[in-house]
Design a protein around this ligand. Structure first.
Ligand code: GLC
Length: 829
């Protein structure tokens, strides 16, 4: 225990006076933007933080509720939690009890919801601090995970503010899950859990003798949970309780559980025959004005002894403090290499810090959010997320590509998702998953210039002999070529990027126009890659494939004013003028532009169709009009309520592509509108409901009575996409096969922007300015003071700093950014 007279923490305590951004009645960004401060816990929905390292993580909302996991946020959940966004009080609690007055309250709103004299929840990059003050006791509870070790840490600082001596009990409480979540049959699950009380270590341990995933060696449900946990206090613990009913009491109330009713000894029910929870009681005495530093540790390891040892290593206030410093420093360092500055400060703090953090912490490491505890790797999802590493740590992108390649079969097909730990994989007839490997590897080569990735070995699911990555990609192409309709369009199978188009092609005749457009760009890229590898024949073949595909799309899928989306097995179209619902689909327009499938007049028409049919105040709708009734011939997309998610909502993942397409065509006005529309920090929280500091998966479209309401936050592919679209298409600093290209399309309200980013070992300082004296669409580039006529930056000297000055004329809508194509290039960038 460490109590003593100290100055109270002031670092961020006084945030809010100046420099705050996006202030609303619920909170604001602290100056600098790396903390969002919730000032009123009664939010429309939980606003959470998703804090993870590559192995362990936790979710915590402004009420303190949430869950924790190791290695897989669905199969290896440590702390039991119930998904209930209206009644957000489950998972972990931290109680205080005044031993003189008997008063009981929680140091975060859940579960007691006391009236605090002060409250703030600071969600930061890699930590959350909940500050409360009540009855002369100020508390700061900080939750985070160590940068590397499999420990979750709770730092706790208490300060006596009423000028009197206090005798307190601190009581953290959590419910053990130690297995697959959600576990609706708790009465079954608890039959296997075992806990122990280790008073000398001030710790409770937990593990489970059954893990309900298949075991390759022992068969069905016949294996133990492969981890043990220890929950330990950083100060002595006077008591521990391991049974929920004993803690809560009969007819109990979470606001005043029986265990906190008085000083009676706890029954301390541990072992194998209880409803396993962990509650510790730590008695603390504080003199007038004194400060106490303590905390708790949740450590997870392969066995009980190692978990206890790990917990004890961190269960010291100084160790918790040091770990917090290291964890936040690691995040800052990770995010420091690529920064943008635009006239919209909320966009900067999102793109530089929050969205990349979202992509890494929630999507790649945790694979979890409050709306979805996934734990699995989606074949297409995490490959797209891995783009976030391209400019900040490309080696990790390369590793992600190898991991996914190892989840491909020899026939080129892949599992739609798989669970790390159990390696359960979902085999489907989705048609696009396998191609995202080609996508991300091409992006990696464009960024780094390194072809070595093509030789990275990866086994197949049905053949342990490793094959180079280039073979994996070729097998994927070969499979897609085999699944092509007689008129040359790829088959949609059980769905493409849009999972919900799940019934169009179950008989392997329905076609996907979007998939054709996506494939056309990949063929262009891989034609270049093969050329650079010296395989001119293969380069030529892929180029020809592309030419034929583009011709087929333009011949069969053009509807007169936009591209149709797909056909059913019977040949009938969706996304066509003849459809009453689902008449125009966004992706078939944006990717026609992005992958140079549409000739210029058609490209302009596509964007006009987006403006005319899909532009909502909240961004670009995925389709319109929404489907009002389930249509089993299309798929489950039609089963969502109209206006929700893919069914006519703004699906932010795809909405980012609309920004890129608008920028590519020089439609600066549309770029500006779409960027503001998607920016969560610019929304009215009473309409929008969701967190202002991360992207949601979807925002309700006009067919919903709640148009503009966001949901499914954190767990969305848009987190990695938006920073890339902003950097590469809006600021226009874009790796191409010719080198780094500078081709901005600044929204009309912006005159300047800047970027710092690495490029092939050098550090670039890019300044961008729009000058109305320049001709519309003109771009002038200077590198270290010397004009670059081609507007490109190729080789640079590693270790140097390069200054790039970009001046552009006013945007010229409709003029698709021309690019100096290398001779070998097929078409797309
Ligand atoms: C979900 C899926 C993703 C898919 C998207 C659109 O986000 O995880 O794979 O592309 O929906 O349907």
């Amino acid at each position: 225990m460490s109590a003593g007279r100290r100055s109270p923490p002031s670092a961020s305590a006084a945030a809010g006076e100046s420099g705050v951004l996006a202030a609303s009645r619920y909170g604001h960004f602290a100056p600098g933007g790396r903390e969002y401060v919730v000032t009123d816990p009664r939010l429309p929905r939980p606003w959470i933080n998703l804090i993870a390292n590559p192995r362990v993580g936790l979710a915590v909302s402004q009420t303190g509720s949430g869950f924790s996991w190791i290695d897989n946020s669905q199969l290896a959940v440590l702390v039991r939690w119930q998904q209930d966004l209206a009644d957000d009080r489950s998972g972990r609690f931290l109680y205080a009890r005044d031993r003189d007055t008997g008063e009981v309250w929680s140091l975060a709103p859940a579960p007691c919801w006391p009236a605090y004299d002060r409250y703030a929840c600071r969600h930061g990059i890699g930590y959350t601090t909940i500050e409360t003050e009540r009855a002369g006791l100020r508390a700061r509870w900080t939750l985070f995970v160590d940068a590397e070790e499999t420990v979750e840490l709770w730092g706790l600082r208490l300060e006596e503010t009423a000028g009197r001596r206090r005798r307190l009990s601190l009581v953290p409480y959590l419910e053990w899950n130690c297995g697959v979540a959600p576990a609706p049959r708790r009465e079954f699950q608890k039959l296997f859990l075992e806990t122990s009380w280790e008073p000398a270590a001030a710790a409770i341990t937990a593990g489970s003798h059954m893990w309900d995933v298949p075991s390759a060696r022992w068969g069905h449900w016949n294996t133990s949970f492969p981890y043990a946990c220890a929950f330990a206090a950083a100060q002595p613990a006077a008591a521990g309780e391991g049974d929920k009913a004993a803690f809560l009491g009969r007819g109990g109330d979470w606001r005043r559980p029986a265990a906190l009713a008085g000083e009676d000894p706890w029954p301390a029910l541990f072992g194998r025959h209880h409803d396993p929870v962990a509650a510790l009681r730590c008695d603390v005495e504080l003199g007038a004005g004194e400060v106490f530093d303590g905390g708790f540790v949740l450590a997870t390891a392969a066995d009980r002894a190692s978990a206890l040892a790990l917990a004890r290593r961190f269960a010291e206030p100084a160790a918790i403090d040091a770990a917090l410093g290291a964890a936040t420093a690691a995040w800052h360092e990770r995010l420091a290499t690529h920064r943008v500055t635009t006239p919209e400060p909320t966009l900067d703090l999102l793109a530089n810090d929050w969205l990349r953090y979202q992509a890494i912490s929630s999507r790649l490491w945790g694979r979890a959010g409050y709306y979805q505890q996934s734990g699995a790797f989606g074949f297409r999802d995490q490959l797209q997320d891995a783009q976030v590493w391209l400019t900040i740590d490309p080696v990790r992108c390369r590793a992600q590509a190898a991991l996914h390649a190892a989840h491909q079969f020899v026939d080129g097909s892949v599992v739609h998702w798989w669970h790390p730990l159990s390696e359960q994989g979902h085999v489907t007839r989705m048609s696009d998953d396998l191609l995202w490997l080609a996508f991300v590897v091409a992006a990696y080569v464009k960024e780094t210039g390194e072809l070595g990735i093509l030789d990275d070995p990866a086994p197949y699911l049905d053949d342990p002999a490793p094959g180079p990555l280039v073979d994996h990609v070729e097998r994927a192409f070969a499979r897609v070529f085999r699944r092509t309709s007689p008129r040359g369009l790829p088959l949609i199978g059980a769905g493409d990027w849009n999972d919900g188009l799940s019934a169009l092609g179950l008989e392997e005749r329905g076609e996907s126009v979007w998939l054709g457009q996506f494939l056309a760009g990949l063929l262009a890229d891989w034609s270049v890659i093969h050329g650079r590898r010296g395989d001119a024949a293969r380069a030529g073949e892929l180029h020809e494939r592309r030419t034929a595909l583009v011709a087929a799309i333009n011949e069969h899928a053009w509807d007169g004013a936009w591209y149709r989306r797909a056909t059913r097995d019977d040949g009938s179209w969706i996304g066509a003028g003849e459809n009453r619902e689902g008449r125009v689909y966004l992706n078939a327009q944006t990717w026609a532009i992005l992958h140079d499938v549409a000739p210029p007049p058609r490209a302009r028409a596509c964007l006009a169709a987006v403006r005319a049919h899909l532009l909502a105040p909240a961004g670009a709708l995925l389709l319109a009009p929404a489907y009002a009734r389930p249509d089993p011939t299309i798929g489950y997309i039609t089963r969502y309520a109209p206006g929700l998610r893919e069914n006519g909502g703004v699906y932010t993942h795809a909405a980012t592509w609309a920004i890129a397409a608008a920028a590519k065509l020089g439609d600066a006005d549309l770029v500006g509108r779409l960027l503001s529309a998607i920016n969560p920090a610019l929304q009215d929280p009473d309409r929008y409901w969701a967190e202002p500091y991360v992207l949601p998966g979807n925002v309700d479209g006009p067919a919903s009575p709640y148009a503009g309401r966001a949901g499914w936050t954190w767990y969305t592919g848009s987190a990695a996409w938006l920073p890339r679209v902003l950097a590469e298409w809006v600021l226009g600093v874009r790796p191409t096969w010719d080198g780094l290209r500078f081709d901005p399309c600044l929204p009309p309200a912006w005159r300047r922007a800047a970027m710092r980013r690495p490029w092939r070992g050098a550090e670039l300082d890019v300044s961008i300015e729009r000058l109305d004296v320049l001709a519309p669409g003109a771009v002038a580039v200077e590198v270290d003071g010397r004009p670059r006529r081609d507007g490109l930056l190729g080789a640079v000297r590693p270790g140097t700093r390069v200054e790039v000055r970009v001046r552009c004329g006013p945007a010229q809508p409709g003029a698709a950014a021309p690019s100096a194509a290398p001779r070998e290039r097929a078409t797309s960038e």
